[in-house]
Design a protein around this ligand. Structure first.
Ligand code: NAP
Ligand code: G4F
Length: 352
């Protein structure tokens, strides 16, 4: 009998990579999609169109804000594994939508945990926890034992979901785990996260569609890995004997400014920085053109200055290690966006 998995957030970056992985392993995959006035399934269309996969790939309407829809989907799917990837996942936007973010990213996880407890209590449950839990970090690198200090409505909601997952494990003996994942990126990353914003802007600048990219805090440091590697870690967490929480990251960190330098280097441009604060600019060393400017709109009321993973436990217990390094990640993202921008019409520029 093949296994079956239920994935919330299947239309997102991670959901699409996880669906590919599970289908390749022979799973029946059930995905939860939100109703919207337009279809938003570009990241998974190739799976629905594949005649060899179609019969094992099922989509159901549902929403983390709506308990009944989750119960209904579980009754149909009867999954062996549940991956809760759905969330309002943008940290910056969570400051503009704190209540909604709490409703979906925090309480939504409890709605799903409770539905699993009632319908499929034997199912193994994965909660998409985040390095944002560490926030204003009290030690570096951060591991499974590092205390939390959330710095945004998003992170506060994720702390609630983290402890709810632990609580369902302890109270009901459910196999429920938290993957505390550090930033992971890909050509499928949403265009308003900083790495994809930069890779897309580099491609648009290179193709003559725009002059510069406007960014916020260039000094923030992140531990950036490749999303394709990280969904493999999610799956591994549900295959071990006892449910435990794991930190997943590369163990290396770079600043936003360094990511921008690396991305522009992919198209043969070196950045020279000058000025301070909001007047800081990044110039093209070859001709002095301004390629990076600062825009106040992209600063956050509270910032996470630096994140750096200690993924020792995952390496030792899950035999997990990232395969794609930082240089390869940047190369992959810029190459993808160059191909996309060249294919699109000249008027196509991603709005800010
Ligand atoms: P993403 O690309 O933003 O995808 C989020 C997914 O959640 C989308 O499929 C979205 O559906 C869905 N969703 C949003 N609100 C929903 C609701 N009310 N009901 C049902 N579905 C809803 O995020 P991601 O980068 O793939 O991340 C996956 C998960 O890991 C998220 O929980 C995120 O917070 C967490 N995480 C991400 C990272 C990272 O670096 N990527 C790191 C740590 C943790 P639509 O397509 O309809 O919007
Ligand atoms: O790309 P970001 O928006 O990602 P952030 O805030 O680190 O959150 C992502 O990773 C978390 C894991 O640590 C996930 F839980 C979360 O769901 C999401 O996937 O911003 C990265 C850094 C921040 O310090 C931000 O202030 O880049 C800085 N930044 C500078 N300029 C910018 C910009 N961020 C965005 N989105 N846009 C800018 O123009």
């Amino acid at each position: 009998m093949s296994k079956s998995a239920l994935v919330t957030g299947i239309t997102g970056q991670d959901g699409s990579y996880l669906a590919e992985l599970l289908l390749a392993k022979g799973y029946d995959v059930h995905g939860v999609v939100r109703r919207a006035s337009t279809f938003n399934r570009q990241r998974i269309d190739h799976l629905r169109d594949d005649p060899d996969l179609r019969s094992r790939f099922h989509l159901h309407y549902g929403d983390l804000a709506d308990s009944e829809s989750l119960t209904s989907v579980l009754q149909i799917a009867r999954p062996d594994e549940v991956y809760n990837l759905a969330a309002q996942s943008h940290v910056g936007i969570s400051f503009s939508m704190p209540t909604y973010t709490g409703e979906v990213t925090g309480l939504g996880s409890v709605r799903l945990l409770e539905a699993v407890r009632q319908i499929s209590p034997e199912a193994r449950f994965y909660q998409a926890s985040s390095s944002e839990l560490f926030g204003k970090v009290v030690e570096s690198p951060q591991s499974e034992t590092t205390p939390f200090h959330p710095r945004s409505p998003y992170a506060v909601a994720k702390v609630y979901a983290f402890w709810a997952t632990v609580n369902y494990r302890e109270a009901y003996e459910m196999f429920a785990v938290n993957g505390i994942l550090f930033n992971h990126e890909s050509p499928r990353r949403g265009e308003n996260f900083v790495t994809r914003k930069i890779s897309r802007a580099v491609a648009e600048i290179e193709c003559g569609r725009r002059d510069f990219v406007a960014l916020g805090n260039l000094e923030a440091r992140r531990d950036w890995g490749f999303a394709g590697d990280y969904v493999d870690a999610m799956w591994r967490m549900l295959q071990v004997d006892a449910a435990q929480d794991y930190v997943i990251g590369t163990g290396q960190s770079c600043s936003v400014g360094e990511f921008a330098e690396a991305a522009f280097r992919e198209v043969g441009r070196e950045i020279d920085w000058e000025g301070k604060g909001e007047n800081r600019v990044g110039r093209d060393r070859a001709n002095g053109d301004i390629l990076v400017r600062i825009d106040r709109r992209y600063f956050r009321p509270a910032e996470v200055d630096m994140l750096l993973a200690d993924p020792t436990k995952a390496r030792q217990e899950l035999d997990w290690q990232p395969k794609v390094d930082f240089a390869e990640l940047v190369r992959m993202m810029v190459a993808h966006d160059l191909a996309v921008v060249r294919r699109e019409g000249p008027e196509s520029v991603i709005p800010e």
